[in-house]
Design a protein around this ligand. Structure first.
Ligand code: BGP
Length: 492
C-alpha cells in the first residue's frame, strides 16, 4: 500500500487567463485570439467570428485555433448578438484576492496560471511592455507570496494577441518566434526573481488535431511548420531563461490522455503505436532536444515529404539541443482507443467498454494515468509534473450555492491514488499535481459554464449572468484534507 507523497510535493490548481481572468479590455490589455470566440455547448459548437473584405461574416469553427481554412483577408469581428465568454470569464481580474485566499485555505503550495500575452504586449509588437499588465501579475504573485504559494507560469496558453494572428499568420511566421522570445524575456526580467517554474506552451501537441492558434490555414505543412517554429520559440526561451534565472525550471505542457489498442490484433497494436508517435513527435523533440527517428514518418501521415520540407534556420538544431526541457508537464483527463484504419487524432476516442464516462463522454481511467506516467518517464527520463487533471460535470447547487460533488471526489481520489502508485511503487519522479481547475471557469472546448471542474463553485451561467459569488463545494474540504496529510488520507 502506498503512503504519503514525497516531501516537498507541489499541490495546487491550474487555470488559463482567457477562461478565468476576464477584464479583457481593462488595464491596457489588447484583444487576443479567444476574445473573438463565442460560447457554445456540446451540441452547438462555438466559433470565431470574422468578416471578409467584402463584408461577409464567417463563423469559423474555429479559425485561429482549429483546422479550418480562413481567407487571409478575413478580420476578426465582435457581433452584438453574440456572447464572448473570455471578456468576463469569471472575473479573476477583480476577484484575485478572494480566489487566492480560497486556494490558500485548501493548503495549495503552487498555483499554475497563464499570463495573457496581450496584457503585456497588447499587439505583440510594442517597443515597451504595458506597465499596468505587469502590475496586475505583480499583484497576483504578491498575493500568492502572502500564503507561501509559489507561482507556476504558463507563458502561452493557446492564444496570441490577435494582431499577430491577423498580420503574421501566427506561429507560421518566424517573426512571431522573435516576438514570443521578446515577450518571454520581459517576463523573466520582471518576474524572474519570484518565479522558479515555467511552462513555455500549453498542450503543444494538440496542434496535431486542432492546428496552432492564430494560423489561418492550419493543416498539413502549415501546421507542422508552425510546430517547428514553436519548438524553436520554446527552446530559445528555455535557453534564455536558464541564463537569466539560474535554477529556473522549464517544462512544456502536453495533452497526454493516453490511447490503448482497441483489440489485441497485432495490426491494431501497431496502429496504436503509430497513433501515440503523433504525440511523441512533440514530447521527444522538446524533451530530448532533437527530432525523433520517426519524424519523417509522422510528417508523411500529413502529406508532408519529411523534415526537409520544413523551413529551418542553420542554428535551429543547436537551439533545440540547448533548450531542452527540465521537466515534462502534461494534462491527463481520460483515455481513448485506436485500431488500424481509424483516423489520426481520434480525440473523442472510441468506446472502451471497461470505462465509465463523464457527462461529456470522456472515459474515466485513473489507471491510465499511472500507465502514462510510466510511459513518459521511460522515454524522456526527466521529472514529470501533472499540471491538469479533473472532472467536468454538471453541478447542482442547493439554495445556498453549496454543491455535494461526490462524483468529483471519487474522480480525484482514484487519479491521485494512481499517481501515488506511479511515484511510490514505480518510482516515477513527479514534481506535483495541479488540478484543473480549482474554481469553476469557462470550458475551453465548449465555452460553457455548465461544464464545471472546480472544487469552488462560481455563481454564473453560460451567458455571464450570476452574482459571481464563490462557494467551496464538498470536494474543497476533501481536497484540503488530502493536502494537509500530503496524500496519506487518500487511503482512508
Ligand atoms: C485542456 C486545456 C484547458 C482546459 C481543459 C479542460 O485542454 O489546457 O485550457 O480547458 O483542457 O477542457 P474543457 O474546458 O474543454 O473541458
Amino acid at each position: 500500500m502506498t503512503q504519503k507523497l514525497p516531501q516537498g510535493f507541489l499541490w495546487g490548481g491550474a487555470t488559463a487567463d482567457f477562461q478565468y481572468e476576464g477584464g479583457f479590455n481593462e488595464g491596457g490589455r489588447g484583444p487576443s485570439t479567444h476574445d473573438y470566440e463565442t460560447n457554445g455547448s456540446s451540441t452547438n459548437p462555438r466559433y470565431h467570428t470574422l468578416k471578409t473584405s467584402e463584408g461577409k461574416i464567417i463563423k469559423a469553427r474555429s479559425s485561429f485555433i482549429d483546422a479550418d481554412s480562413v481567407p487571409m483577408d478575413a478580420k476578426p469581428v465582435l457581433l452584438s448578438n453574440q456572447y464572448y465568454p473570455s471578456h468576463k470569464a469569471v472575473d479573476f481580474y477583480h476577484h484575485y484576492k478572494d480566489d487566492i485566499r480560497l486556494m490558500a485555505g485548501m493548503g495549495f503550495n503552487v498555483y499554475r496560471f497563464s499570463i495573457a500575452w496581450s496584457r503585456i504586449y497588447p499587439t505583440g509588437e510594442e517597443e515597451v511592455p504595458n506597465t499596468n499588465g505587469l502590475k496586475f501579475y505583480d499583484n497576483v504573485i504578491s498575493e500568492l507570496e502572502k500564503y507561501h504559494i509559489q507561482p507556476l507560469i504558463t507563458i502561452c496558453h493557446d492564444e496570441l494577441p490577435i494582431n499577430l494572428a491577423v498580420k503574421y499568420d501566427g506561429f507560421n511566421s518566424r517573426k512571431v518566434v522573435d516576438l514570443y522570445v521578446k515577450y518571454a524575456k520581459t517576463l523573466f526580467e520582471h518576474f524572474g526573481k519570484r518565479v522558479k517554474y515555467w511552462i513555455t506552451f500549453n498542450e503543444i501537441n494538440a496542434i496535431r488535431g486542432f492546428g496552432p492558434t492564430g494560423v489561418h490555414e492550419s493543416t498539413g505543412l502549415n501546421r507542422y511548420q508552425a510546430a517547428h517554429n514553436m519548438f524553436i520559440a520554446s527552446a530559445s526561451a528555455v535557453k534564455l531563461g536558464h541564463k537569466m534565472m539560474p535554477g529556473s525550471q522549464f517544462g512544456a505542457m502536453y495533452a497526454l490522455s493516453t490511447c490503448y489498442p482497441r483489440t489485441c490484433r497485432p495490426e491494431d497494436i501497431l496502429a496504436n503505436q503509430e497513433e501515440l508517435k503523433e504525440n511523441w513527435y512533440f514530447v521527444d523533440t522538446m524533451g530530448r532536444g532533437y527530432y525523433p527517428n520517426f519524424a519523417d514518418e509522422i510528417l508523411q501521415h500529413h502529406g508532408i515529404k519529411g523534415l526537409r520540407e520544413i523551413k529551418m534556420e542553420s542554428e535551429d538544431e543547436l537551439i533545440l539541443n540547448q533548450g531542452q526541457l527540465d521537466y515534462i508537464a502534461f494534462s491527463y483527463y481520460r483515455s481513448t482507443t485506436f485500431k488500424a484504419g481509424d483516423q489520426w487524432f481520434n480525440v473523442g476516442g472510441k468506446n472502451n467498454p471497461y470505462l465509465e464516462k463523464t457527462p461529456w463522454g470522456w472515459g474515466i481511467d485513473p489507471l491510465g494515468l499511472r500507465y502514462t506516467m510510466n510511459m513518459v518517464y521511460d522515454r524522456i527520463q526527466k521529472p514529470l509534473f501533472i499540471v491538469e487533471s479533473g472532472m467536468g460535470a454538471v453541478d447542482k447547487p442547493d439554495e445556498n450555492n453549496y454543491v455535494e460533488d461526490d462524483y468529483r471526489i471519487n474522480y480525484l481520489k482514484k487519479h491521485l491514488l494512481a499517481m501515488a502508485d506511479a511515484i511510490n511503487i514505480d518510482k516515477v519522479p513527479c514534481l506535483g499535481f495541479t488540478m484543473w481547475a480549482p474554481i469553476d471557469l469557462v470550458s475551453l472546448s465548449t465555452g460553457e459554464m455548465k461544464k464545471r471542474y472546480g472544487v469552488i463553485y462560481v455563481d454564473m451561467d453560460d451567458f455571464g449572468h450570476g452574482t459571481l459569488e464563490r462557494v467551496p463545494k464538498k470536494s474543497y474540504n476533501w481536497m484540503k484534507h488530502i493536502i494537509e496529510t500530503n496524500g496519506a488520507a487518500l487511503h482512508e
